[in-house]
Design a protein around this ligand. Sequence first.
Ligand code: ZN
Length: 163
Amino acid sequence: MPSATAGGAGACLICDRIALAARGENPTLIAEMKSGYAVLGDNQFLRGYSLLLARDHVRELHELRGAARDAFLKDMVILGEAVSRVTKAVKVNYAMLGNTDPHLHCHVHARYGYEPEPYCRGPITGYPREMRDAPQHQFETARDSGLIASIREELRVLAGTAA
Ligand SMILES: [Zn+2]
């Protein structure tokens, strides 16, 4: 497997999270997918926020070639559909930035009809950080394990139909 530890231990937050997931020690893990790992976000300000973490440490989507690129994009869409089905979100936002953690990953944000103006019109980062980062929105295994199980089940169903 190429470069999963390219930055060395502790050099890449996402590589560290993947290593934990591979050892069964990442409580946010939803499922291992063909291209990487689906995890629930650390912040559940908008319930269902998930990420797809690329298996390999590449910076850019275009660095994935051929089947690896296809697999990542396909997994991203399946994860988005699973989150949509489970949360009944009115919209799914996909965001691939990587400016802070330059290891390919996609944020999958569920968006809801109850969101107020003007925040409902823009990216989730438009909300004030103190709102998003309030303690009650942080991941909690006891509260969020059911959500993880529901998304995992939808992934299983969709993986069987989207091949
Ligand atoms: Zn990495």
